[in-house]
Design a protein around this ligand. Structure first.
Ligand SMILES: Nc1ncnc2c1ncn2[C@@H]1O[C@H](COP(=O)(O)OP(=O)(O)OP(=O)(O)O)[C@@H](O)[C@H]1O
Ligand SMILES: [Mg+2]
Length: 370
Protein backbone atom coordinates (compact mmCIF):
# COMPACT_ATOMS: atom_id res chain seq x y z
CA UNK A 1 0.00 0.00 0.00
CA UNK A 2 1.40 3.36 -1.03
CA UNK A 3 -0.53 6.33 0.40
CA UNK A 4 -0.42 9.57 -1.60
CA UNK A 5 -1.89 12.82 -0.25
CA UNK A 6 -3.00 15.57 -2.62
CA UNK A 7 -2.53 18.82 -0.79
CA UNK A 8 -2.63 22.54 -1.38
CA UNK A 9 -4.38 25.02 0.87
CA UNK A 10 -5.21 27.10 -2.19
CA UNK A 11 -8.66 26.30 -3.54
CA UNK A 12 -9.40 25.36 -7.14
CA UNK A 13 -5.90 24.29 -8.20
CA UNK A 14 -6.94 20.82 -9.39
CA UNK A 15 -6.63 18.64 -6.27
CA UNK A 16 -9.91 16.80 -6.72
CA UNK A 17 -9.55 16.51 -10.50
CA UNK A 18 -6.11 15.00 -9.92
CA UNK A 19 -7.27 12.69 -7.11
CA UNK A 20 -10.11 11.25 -9.20
CA UNK A 21 -8.34 10.95 -12.54
CA UNK A 22 -4.97 9.83 -11.19
CA UNK A 23 -6.86 7.07 -9.33
CA UNK A 24 -8.66 6.02 -12.51
CA UNK A 25 -5.40 6.06 -14.47
CA UNK A 26 -3.64 3.93 -11.85
CA UNK A 27 -6.48 1.40 -12.07
CA UNK A 28 -6.08 1.43 -15.83
CA UNK A 29 -2.44 0.39 -15.54
CA UNK A 30 -3.39 -2.50 -13.29
CA UNK A 31 -3.18 -1.10 -9.77
CA UNK A 32 -5.74 -1.60 -6.98
CA UNK A 33 -6.71 1.85 -5.80
CA UNK A 34 -8.57 3.30 -2.83
CA UNK A 35 -9.54 6.97 -3.10
CA UNK A 36 -10.33 8.72 0.17
CA UNK A 37 -12.36 11.90 -0.01
CA UNK A 38 -11.18 13.86 3.02
CA UNK A 39 -12.75 17.15 1.98
CA UNK A 40 -16.08 18.03 3.67
CA UNK A 41 -17.10 19.64 0.34
CA UNK A 42 -17.26 16.03 -0.98
CA UNK A 43 -16.30 17.03 -4.52
CA UNK A 44 -14.48 13.76 -5.26
CA UNK A 45 -17.49 11.78 -4.02
CA UNK A 46 -19.83 13.78 -6.24
CA UNK A 47 -17.34 13.54 -9.13
CA UNK A 48 -17.80 9.77 -8.93
CA UNK A 49 -21.60 10.09 -8.99
CA UNK A 50 -22.21 9.26 -5.35
CA UNK A 51 -24.56 11.44 -3.35
CA UNK A 52 -22.93 12.13 0.05
CA UNK A 53 -26.37 12.36 1.65
CA UNK A 54 -27.26 8.88 0.48
CA UNK A 55 -24.18 6.95 1.56
CA UNK A 56 -24.55 5.34 4.95
CA UNK A 57 -20.98 5.47 6.19
CA UNK A 58 -18.28 7.94 5.24
CA UNK A 59 -14.74 9.12 5.95
CA UNK A 60 -15.84 10.57 9.29
CA UNK A 61 -16.95 7.12 10.50
CA UNK A 62 -13.70 5.70 9.20
CA UNK A 63 -11.62 8.22 11.17
CA UNK A 64 -13.77 7.80 14.24
CA UNK A 65 -14.18 4.03 14.42
CA UNK A 66 -11.42 2.38 12.36
CA UNK A 67 -9.46 0.02 14.56
CA UNK A 68 -12.34 -0.43 17.03
CA UNK A 69 -13.56 -3.99 17.43
CA UNK A 70 -17.09 -3.61 16.18
CA UNK A 71 -16.26 -1.54 13.09
CA UNK A 72 -15.77 -3.29 9.79
CA UNK A 73 -13.62 -1.05 7.63
CA UNK A 74 -15.00 -2.76 4.55
CA UNK A 75 -18.41 -1.22 5.32
CA UNK A 76 -17.08 2.22 4.58
CA UNK A 77 -15.47 1.32 1.25
CA UNK A 78 -17.64 1.71 -1.85
CA UNK A 79 -16.68 -0.09 -5.02
CA UNK A 80 -16.76 2.29 -7.97
CA UNK A 81 -15.52 -0.27 -10.50
CA UNK A 82 -13.21 -3.24 -10.53
CA UNK A 83 -10.07 -2.42 -8.49
CA UNK A 84 -11.33 1.11 -7.78
CA UNK A 85 -12.83 1.89 -4.35
CA UNK A 86 -13.84 5.05 -2.57
CA UNK A 87 -14.30 6.14 1.01
CA UNK A 88 -16.81 8.95 0.47
CA UNK A 89 -17.00 12.25 2.27
CA UNK A 90 -19.84 14.08 3.98
CA UNK A 91 -20.27 17.56 5.41
CA UNK A 92 -20.00 16.02 8.89
CA UNK A 93 -16.21 15.87 8.30
CA UNK A 94 -16.13 19.61 8.91
CA UNK A 95 -16.62 19.00 12.65
CA UNK A 96 -13.74 16.51 12.80
CA UNK A 97 -11.29 19.12 13.98
CA UNK A 98 -13.39 20.32 16.93
CA UNK A 99 -14.51 16.81 17.84
CA UNK A 100 -11.05 15.20 17.81
CA UNK A 101 -8.52 17.89 18.65
CA UNK A 102 -8.50 16.98 22.36
CA UNK A 103 -7.75 13.30 21.72
CA UNK A 104 -4.33 11.77 22.06
CA UNK A 105 -4.05 10.15 18.66
CA UNK A 106 -6.02 12.73 16.69
CA UNK A 107 -3.25 13.20 14.11
CA UNK A 108 -2.92 9.47 13.47
CA UNK A 109 -6.57 8.45 12.95
CA UNK A 110 -6.15 8.03 9.20
CA UNK A 111 -2.79 6.28 9.39
CA UNK A 112 -4.11 3.81 11.97
CA UNK A 113 -7.29 3.17 9.99
CA UNK A 114 -5.34 2.48 6.81
CA UNK A 115 -3.22 -0.22 8.40
CA UNK A 116 -6.01 -2.75 7.79
CA UNK A 117 -5.70 -2.15 4.01
CA UNK A 118 -1.98 -2.91 3.75
CA UNK A 119 -2.39 -5.84 1.33
CA UNK A 120 -5.75 -4.85 -0.13
CA UNK A 121 -4.75 -1.80 -2.18
CA UNK A 122 -1.62 -0.82 -4.09
CA UNK A 123 -2.30 2.92 -3.91
CA UNK A 124 -4.36 5.05 -1.54
CA UNK A 125 -5.05 8.50 -2.95
CA UNK A 126 -6.22 11.11 -0.43
CA UNK A 127 -8.07 14.21 -1.64
CA UNK A 128 -7.62 16.97 0.94
CA UNK A 129 -9.60 20.13 1.67
CA UNK A 130 -8.13 23.54 0.76
CA UNK A 131 -6.75 24.19 4.25
CA UNK A 132 -3.93 23.01 6.49
CA UNK A 133 -6.17 21.83 9.34
CA UNK A 134 -6.37 18.54 11.19
CA UNK A 135 -7.77 16.60 8.21
CA UNK A 136 -4.82 17.58 6.02
CA UNK A 137 -2.49 16.85 8.92
CA UNK A 138 -3.93 13.32 9.17
CA UNK A 139 -3.30 12.87 5.44
CA UNK A 140 0.30 14.04 5.84
CA UNK A 141 0.86 11.61 8.70
CA UNK A 142 -0.54 8.70 6.69
CA UNK A 143 1.17 9.55 3.39
CA UNK A 144 4.48 8.54 1.94
CA UNK A 145 4.11 10.79 -1.05
CA UNK A 146 2.58 14.27 -1.33
CA UNK A 147 1.40 15.79 -4.60
CA UNK A 148 1.00 19.55 -4.59
CA UNK A 149 -1.05 20.62 -7.61
CA UNK A 150 -0.09 24.13 -8.69
CA UNK A 151 -2.07 26.17 -11.14
CA UNK A 152 0.31 28.45 -13.07
CA UNK A 153 -1.48 31.67 -12.24
CA UNK A 154 -0.51 34.90 -10.63
CA UNK A 155 -1.56 33.90 -7.11
CA UNK A 156 -0.57 30.27 -7.26
CA UNK A 157 2.84 30.58 -5.71
CA UNK A 158 1.48 32.41 -2.69
CA UNK A 159 1.18 29.83 -0.02
CA UNK A 160 3.50 27.23 -1.55
CA UNK A 161 6.35 28.35 0.65
CA UNK A 162 4.06 28.08 3.66
CA UNK A 163 3.16 24.58 2.61
CA UNK A 164 6.85 23.74 2.23
CA UNK A 165 7.44 25.02 5.76
CA UNK A 166 4.55 22.93 7.12
CA UNK A 167 5.89 19.79 5.49
CA UNK A 168 9.43 20.44 6.75
CA UNK A 169 8.04 20.96 10.24
CA UNK A 170 6.19 17.66 10.09
CA UNK A 171 9.31 15.85 8.90
CA UNK A 172 11.33 17.44 11.68
CA UNK A 173 8.78 16.84 14.42
CA UNK A 174 7.95 13.27 13.56
CA UNK A 175 10.93 11.87 11.67
CA UNK A 176 8.39 10.93 9.01
CA UNK A 177 10.04 11.22 5.59
CA UNK A 178 7.81 12.41 2.80
CA UNK A 179 8.41 12.67 -0.89
CA UNK A 180 6.87 15.97 -1.96
CA UNK A 181 6.32 16.76 -5.61
CA UNK A 182 4.66 19.70 -7.29
CA UNK A 183 2.37 19.05 -10.25
CA UNK A 184 1.62 21.81 -12.73
CA UNK A 185 -2.11 21.72 -13.50
CA UNK A 186 -4.55 23.83 -15.51
CA UNK A 187 -1.73 24.63 -17.90
CA UNK A 188 -2.71 26.71 -20.89
CA UNK A 189 -0.09 26.18 -23.56
CA UNK A 190 -1.30 29.20 -25.53
CA UNK A 191 0.00 31.70 -23.00
CA UNK A 192 3.63 32.54 -22.47
CA UNK A 193 2.73 33.48 -18.92
CA UNK A 194 1.84 29.86 -18.15
CA UNK A 195 5.33 28.83 -19.27
CA UNK A 196 6.86 31.45 -17.05
CA UNK A 197 4.80 30.27 -14.05
CA UNK A 198 5.55 26.59 -14.73
CA UNK A 199 9.23 27.56 -14.66
CA UNK A 200 8.67 29.33 -11.33
CA UNK A 201 7.16 26.14 -9.92
CA UNK A 202 10.23 24.17 -10.99
CA UNK A 203 12.46 26.72 -9.31
CA UNK A 204 10.41 26.57 -6.10
CA UNK A 205 10.59 22.78 -6.01
CA UNK A 206 13.88 22.00 -7.75
CA UNK A 207 14.13 18.23 -8.44
CA UNK A 208 10.61 17.86 -7.04
CA UNK A 209 8.30 18.71 -9.90
CA UNK A 210 6.58 16.06 -11.98
CA UNK A 211 7.71 15.95 -15.61
CA UNK A 212 4.06 15.48 -16.51
CA UNK A 213 2.05 18.68 -16.87
CA UNK A 214 -1.75 18.59 -16.73
CA UNK A 215 -3.07 20.73 -19.56
CA UNK A 216 -6.24 22.76 -19.26
CA UNK A 217 -9.07 21.15 -21.17
CA UNK A 218 -12.79 21.65 -21.00
CA UNK A 219 -13.22 17.87 -21.20
CA UNK A 220 -11.96 17.51 -17.60
CA UNK A 221 -14.48 20.09 -16.41
CA UNK A 222 -17.25 18.36 -18.33
CA UNK A 223 -16.33 14.93 -17.02
CA UNK A 224 -16.64 16.28 -13.45
CA UNK A 225 -20.01 17.76 -14.31
CA UNK A 226 -21.26 14.43 -15.65
CA UNK A 227 -19.91 12.52 -12.65
CA UNK A 228 -17.36 10.52 -14.62
CA UNK A 229 -13.64 9.98 -14.67
CA UNK A 230 -11.89 11.16 -17.82
CA UNK A 231 -11.27 7.49 -18.69
CA UNK A 232 -15.02 6.95 -18.86
CA UNK A 233 -15.81 10.28 -20.44
CA UNK A 234 -13.30 10.90 -23.23
CA UNK A 235 -10.23 8.84 -23.95
CA UNK A 236 -9.22 11.04 -26.82
CA UNK A 237 -8.79 14.12 -24.68
CA UNK A 238 -5.47 15.52 -23.48
CA UNK A 239 -6.84 15.07 -19.93
CA UNK A 240 -6.83 11.31 -20.40
CA UNK A 241 -3.28 11.31 -21.81
CA UNK A 242 -1.95 13.60 -19.09
CA UNK A 243 -3.35 11.64 -16.14
CA UNK A 244 -2.16 8.38 -17.66
CA UNK A 245 1.30 9.85 -17.98
CA UNK A 246 1.13 11.08 -14.37
CA UNK A 247 0.11 7.61 -13.17
CA UNK A 248 3.07 6.04 -14.98
CA UNK A 249 5.45 8.63 -13.58
CA UNK A 250 4.02 8.11 -10.11
CA UNK A 251 4.45 4.34 -10.31
CA UNK A 252 7.98 4.69 -11.64
CA UNK A 253 8.97 7.00 -8.80
CA UNK A 254 7.23 5.09 -6.01
CA UNK A 255 8.43 1.70 -7.13
CA UNK A 256 11.93 2.98 -7.46
CA UNK A 257 11.84 3.33 -3.71
CA UNK A 258 11.36 -0.37 -2.95
CA UNK A 259 14.59 -1.30 -1.20
CA UNK A 260 15.04 -4.65 -2.92
CA UNK A 261 14.49 -3.17 -6.39
CA UNK A 262 16.81 -0.33 -5.60
CA UNK A 263 19.41 -2.82 -4.49
CA UNK A 264 18.99 -4.88 -7.68
CA UNK A 265 19.23 -1.76 -9.79
CA UNK A 266 22.45 -0.68 -8.08
CA UNK A 267 23.87 -4.17 -8.50
CA UNK A 268 22.87 -4.25 -12.15
CA UNK A 269 24.50 -0.91 -12.76
CA UNK A 270 27.61 -2.00 -10.91
CA UNK A 271 27.88 -5.18 -12.99
CA UNK A 272 27.43 -3.20 -16.17
CA UNK A 273 30.39 -1.01 -15.28
CA UNK A 274 32.30 -3.92 -13.83
CA UNK A 275 32.69 -2.51 -10.31
CA UNK A 276 32.04 -4.16 -7.00
CA UNK A 277 28.51 -3.25 -5.91
CA UNK A 278 29.60 -3.13 -2.30
CA UNK A 279 32.60 -0.96 -3.02
CA UNK A 280 31.07 2.27 -1.75
CA UNK A 281 29.69 0.72 1.45
CA UNK A 282 31.54 1.02 4.73
CA UNK A 283 31.84 -1.14 7.81
CA UNK A 284 30.07 0.31 10.84
CA UNK A 285 30.85 -1.28 14.21
CA UNK A 286 28.25 -1.37 16.99
CA UNK A 287 29.67 -2.11 20.45
CA UNK A 288 27.72 -2.22 23.73
CA UNK A 289 28.51 -3.29 27.25
CA UNK A 290 25.49 -5.00 28.70
CA UNK A 291 26.17 -8.02 30.90
CA UNK A 292 22.51 -8.42 31.87
CA UNK A 293 21.09 -8.85 28.35
CA UNK A 294 20.80 -12.28 26.79
CA UNK A 295 19.96 -11.20 23.24
CA UNK A 296 20.69 -7.93 21.41
CA UNK A 297 19.77 -7.20 17.82
CA UNK A 298 19.83 -4.11 15.67
CA UNK A 299 17.17 -3.05 13.20
CA UNK A 300 16.50 0.06 11.21
CA UNK A 301 15.50 1.33 7.83
CA UNK A 302 18.59 -0.41 6.38
CA UNK A 303 17.00 -3.82 7.05
CA UNK A 304 13.29 -2.91 6.94
CA UNK A 305 13.16 -2.77 10.74
CA UNK A 306 13.24 -6.52 10.87
CA UNK A 307 15.28 -7.76 13.86
CA UNK A 308 15.71 -11.25 12.45
CA UNK A 309 18.50 -13.69 13.39
CA UNK A 310 20.98 -12.10 11.02
CA UNK A 311 20.83 -8.87 13.06
CA UNK A 312 21.97 -10.48 16.34
CA UNK A 313 25.09 -9.08 18.03
CA UNK A 314 27.88 -11.41 19.26
CA UNK A 315 28.65 -11.41 22.98
CA UNK A 316 32.16 -11.97 24.33
CA UNK A 317 33.15 -13.25 27.80
CA UNK A 318 33.37 -9.76 29.28
CA UNK A 319 29.71 -9.03 28.46
CA UNK A 320 30.51 -6.84 25.44
CA UNK A 321 28.23 -7.15 22.42
CA UNK A 322 29.52 -6.48 18.93
CA UNK A 323 28.31 -6.39 15.37
CA UNK A 324 29.71 -4.89 12.22
CA UNK A 325 27.23 -3.79 9.57
CA UNK A 326 28.08 -2.93 5.98
CA UNK A 327 26.16 0.16 4.94
CA UNK A 328 26.17 2.38 1.88
CA UNK A 329 26.45 6.14 2.29
CA UNK A 330 23.20 7.71 3.45
CA UNK A 331 21.23 8.60 6.53
CA UNK A 332 19.68 5.77 8.55
CA UNK A 333 17.41 5.43 11.56
CA UNK A 334 17.66 2.43 13.83
CA UNK A 335 17.00 1.01 17.28
CA UNK A 336 18.33 -1.81 19.36
CA UNK A 337 16.13 -4.79 20.11
CA UNK A 338 17.17 -6.04 23.55
CA UNK A 339 15.57 -9.24 24.82
CA UNK A 340 12.53 -8.68 22.65
CA UNK A 341 12.08 -4.98 23.51
CA UNK A 342 12.89 -1.98 21.33
CA UNK A 343 15.48 0.22 23.03
CA UNK A 344 17.28 3.44 22.23
CA UNK A 345 21.02 3.42 21.56
CA UNK A 346 22.41 5.35 24.54
CA UNK A 347 25.87 5.52 22.91
CA UNK A 348 24.53 7.68 20.10
CA UNK A 349 23.41 11.23 20.98
CA UNK A 350 21.82 11.79 17.53
CA UNK A 351 18.15 10.91 17.87
CA UNK A 352 14.86 11.76 16.30
CA UNK A 353 11.40 11.48 17.82
CA UNK A 354 9.56 8.47 16.45
CA UNK A 355 5.85 8.94 15.58
CA UNK A 356 5.11 5.70 17.44
CA UNK A 357 6.77 6.86 20.67
CA UNK A 358 10.34 7.10 21.95
CA UNK A 359 13.35 7.99 19.82
CA UNK A 360 15.13 6.46 16.84
CA UNK A 361 18.89 6.86 16.65
CA UNK A 362 20.35 8.47 13.57
CA UNK A 363 23.35 7.22 11.70
CA UNK A 364 24.92 9.27 8.96
CA UNK A 365 27.41 7.73 6.59
CA UNK A 366 28.99 10.07 4.13
CA UNK A 367 30.95 8.98 1.10
CA UNK A 368 34.46 8.16 2.11
CA UNK A 369 33.76 7.91 5.87
CA UNK A 370 35.29 5.08 7.85
N1 LIG B 1 -6.80 20.49 -16.29
C1 LIG B 1 -7.99 21.09 -16.16
N2 LIG B 1 -8.60 21.64 -17.24
C2 LIG B 1 -9.79 22.27 -17.11
N3 LIG B 1 -10.45 22.40 -15.98
C3 LIG B 1 -9.92 21.87 -14.87
C4 LIG B 1 -8.66 21.20 -14.90
N4 LIG B 1 -8.37 20.80 -13.64
C5 LIG B 1 -9.38 21.21 -12.86
N5 LIG B 1 -10.32 21.86 -13.60
C6 LIG B 1 -11.54 22.49 -13.11
O1 LIG B 1 -11.17 23.53 -12.21
C7 LIG B 1 -12.05 23.57 -11.11
C8 LIG B 1 -11.27 23.34 -9.82
O2 LIG B 1 -10.68 22.06 -9.86
P1 LIG B 1 -10.69 21.07 -8.61
O3 LIG B 1 -12.04 20.96 -8.05
O4 LIG B 1 -10.02 19.82 -9.04
O5 LIG B 1 -9.76 21.90 -7.64
P2 LIG B 1 -9.51 21.66 -6.06
O6 LIG B 1 -8.11 22.09 -5.82
O7 LIG B 1 -9.90 20.32 -5.68
O8 LIG B 1 -10.52 22.71 -5.43
P3 LIG B 1 -10.91 22.80 -3.86
O9 LIG B 1 -9.74 23.45 -3.23
O10 LIG B 1 -12.13 23.64 -3.83
O11 LIG B 1 -11.13 21.42 -3.37
C9 LIG B 1 -13.10 22.49 -11.37
O12 LIG B 1 -14.20 23.08 -12.01
C10 LIG B 1 -12.40 21.54 -12.33
O13 LIG B 1 -13.33 20.86 -13.19
MG1 LIG C 1 -11.19 19.65 -4.17
Amino acid sequence: MYPVAIINQKGGCGKTTTAVNLSAALVEIGKRVLLIDLDPQAHATIHLSLNPEEVETNAYDFLKYAGKDDFFTKDVVYEISENFSLIPSHLVLSVFEQAFSGMDDHEYRLKDGLSSFEDVFDYVIIDCPPSLGLLTFNALMAARHVIVPVEPSRFALQGISRLKDTISLIEEKTGHDLIVKALVTLYDRRTRFADFMAQQVRETFPHNTFETIIRRTVRLKESAFYGKTINDYDRRSTGYDDYLSLAKEMVASSEKLKPEEFHDAVKGLAEQFNVEAEESSVEVPFVYRNAAASDIRIAGDFNDWNPDDSTRLEKDDSGTWKKVLRLSPGQYQYRLFIDGQWAEDDNNPKKIKCPFGGYNSILEISTGSN
